[in-house]
Ligand binder design. Structure first.
Ligand SMILES: C[C@@H](N)C(=O)N[C@H](C)C(=O)O
Ligand SMILES: [Zn+2]
Length: 239
């Protein structure tokens, strides 16, 4: 009998893999599939809540995960490969300054929407579209329970103390994920104690597996050398 055929729409380009297969213990909370992200809506191109990455990046993440599991933590990814159409939607959204959509109060409470690209919080050509970039954090095991965002619920600024912010089950990194604020700079001097230690724990564990951090965002890492340094893919996130 011949092997079952994968529908063409769900086949990944050569060199890409689903993280579920490469590193099944890594937690996934794909925010752009949900309305709990800075735009306030599901983002174009996210057809499934999945982490797709280049084989090289996924393999390195599996190695990093082994390192963290031994220390009582698991990695949790928020975003992985990002189609160019999603990036284009971010850029259109950011340019629409008359529009009130977006979860400003939570995700960019102190930065004007018109500055998000200029300040480097959103890129018009993102490493995520090249497939080797990932947004992620650490969760201490056993993982505390978490709950979904309820659209319309009162928003708390991502720079508020952990007890007041949206209840993410990750360790305290000093801000929430996708917090477009100077406090999110990985080595910002105002972030000290346990929060700084957590950022450094993530950074060191990922660096030893070959990832490099983007200094403006404690959660954003790129595996190097990139498999596709010059290609911006646009296939949808599905499998
Ligand atoms: C939007 C945020 N999660 C992010 O990934 N920012 C960098 C700069 C990017 O868009 O590549
Ligand atoms: Zn990122």
């Amino acid at each position: 009998a011949s092997a079952p055929r994968t529908p063409a729409a769900a086949r990944l380009p050569a060199g890409f893999v689903s993280l579920r297969e490469a590193a099944p213990t890594v937690r996934q909370e794909i925010r752009y599939f949900t309305r709990h992200n800075f735009t306030g809506a599901r983002v174009d191109g996210y057809r499934r809540p999945l982490c797709l990455l280049t084989v090289d990046a996924a393999r390195a993440l599996r190695e990093a995960q082994r390192h963290f599991l031994k220390r009582g933590y698991t990695l949790k990814v928020y975003d992985c490969y990002r189609p160019q159409r999603a990036v284009d939607e971010f850029v259109r959204w950011a340019g629409d300054t008359g529009d009130r959509s977006g979860l400003k109060r939570e995700f960019y409470p102190r930065v004007d929407k018109s500055q998000l690209l200029a300040d480097g919080y959103i890129a018009a050509k993102s490493g995520h579209s090249r497939g080797s970039t990932v947004d992620l954090t650490l969760v201490e095991l056993p993982a505390p329970p978490t709950r979904p965002y309820v659209p319309g619920e009162p928003l708390v600024p991502c720079i508020a103390p952990r007890e007041e912010r949206f209840p993410d089950n990750s360790v305290d990194m000093g801000t929430g994920y996708d917090c477009f604020d100077p406090l999110s700079r990985t080595l910002d001097e105002r972030v000290a104690g346990r929060q700084r230690a957590n950022r450094l724990l993530l950074k060191r564990g990922l660096e030893r597996a070959g990832f490099r951090n983007y200094p403006a965002e404690w959660w954003h890492y790129t595996y190097e050398p990139e498999t596709f340094p010059d290609t911006y893919f646009d296939f949808p996130v599905e499998r």
